[in-house]
Design a protein. Structure first.
Length: 330
């Protein structure tokens, strides 16, 4: 059962949704970004290695998942909405099943969340404009969905995604929301050394109030500009560079038909993914975002995590008959 507490800190409006003994969720609205962030922090727990994990439970520096929609015809039958395409730092491009499994890339990565024994060096933050148990107000808040897990003695992961109500529960057999099956979705997971999370502005602290200050401070960093806010360059544990963008205004193209993999085609009306690729052959950027590209959503704010790799750019570029994209101006 969720309970709610509304407080304000300066210009920041907070709606805190509590659930359970140590789980918590906090909704933030601030003047510059107008993000709605739902945090599931404040329960320090046990963990294994806090890194992105592949479907074999092996550590990887980063991966990108592109989940297929439900009931798409394929040569082997219709999809169940849990099949996904997987690309990672080892250069692999695979088609896998059961994104909702505890042994999927997501399930293996999230395993530190599922363990009940606590460890004071581990913490997590889950934020979403569409969390389980809370309703967003689209005309007031932005689009933002993600999860951060950190071990303050070594590394952590940042997962940016497009799936409402994810993660659904801190349970290995119930972390995937059934509502997530219907549409195509995207995920990007990156492993960072702990010091990078201070740059992100999501460095965890034992004191909840200090954590709120850290998050608010993150929003006060970049100055407002009409077309973009460039937050920072980050470097993964494996020394791969990433660029964070925060959208304040954008141009938009609505995607039409998407063709991914071997004879798998679906329309944009069942695609909830948010991603873009650079069309300039000399700029091989690929961005995974958490905001909608619909005209009605232009006034909402959001962000993207971008990687510059030629093979990644080309793989996604060739998957669509008309690329869905958002233009970030630099």
């Amino acid at each position: 059962m969720w309970s709610f507490l509304c407080v304000s800190v300066g210009d920041v409006e907070l709606l805190v949704c509590f659930s359970g003994r140590c789980g918590a969720s906090c909704v933030f609205q601030w003047e510059m970004w107008s993000f709605l962030l739902v945090f599931g922090l404040l329960c320090w727990g046990s963990h294994g290695s806090v890194t992105c994990k592949d479907h074999s439970d092996a550590e990887v520096d980063w991966y990108i998942l592109y989940k297929m929609p439900y009931n798409i015809p394929t040569p082997s039958g219709s999809t169940r909405g849990t099949e996904y395409f997987y690309m990672d730092s080892k250069g692999r491009n695979l088609e896998l099943n059961n994104i909702n499994s505890a042994n999927s890339a997501l399930g293996n990565t999230l395993r530190p969340l599922f363990k009940p024994i606590r460890n004071m060096t581990f913490g997590f933050i889950s934020y979403s404009d569409q969390p389980p148990g809370c309703d967003a107000k689209p005309n007031r808040f932005g689009h933002s969905k993600g999860l951060v897990m950190v071990d303050r003695t070594s590394t952590g992961v940042w997962i940016l995604h497009s799936t409402p109500k994810f993660p659904f529960r801190r349970e290995q057999d119930n972390f995937w929301p059934k509502s997530g099956n219907r549409n195509a979705q995207t995920f990007i997971c990156v492993t960072f050394n702990y010091d990078q999370f201070t740059t992100i502005g999501l460095s965890s602290d034992n004191d909840f109030h200090e954590e709120l200050k850290n998050v608010v401070k993150w929003t006060e960093g970049p100055p407002y500009t009409p077309d973009k806010v460039e937050v920072s360059m980050l470097t993964s544990k494996g020394n791969q560079g990433f660029q964070i963008f925060a959208k304040q205004a954008n141009e938009d193209e609505q995607g039409k038909n998407l063709i991914v993999g071997n004879q798998k085609t679906w329309n944009s009306n069942v695609d909830h993914s948010k991603w873009c690729v650079a069309k300039d052959q000399n700029k091989h950027w690929t961005c995974i975002a958490d905001m909608n590209r619909a005209v009605s959503q232009f006034k909402r704010f959001g962000g993207a995590l971008c990687i510059r790799l030629e093979w990644m750019n080309q793989e996604l570029d060739k998957t669509t008959t008309w690329i869905p994209f958002i233009v970030f101006k630099q």
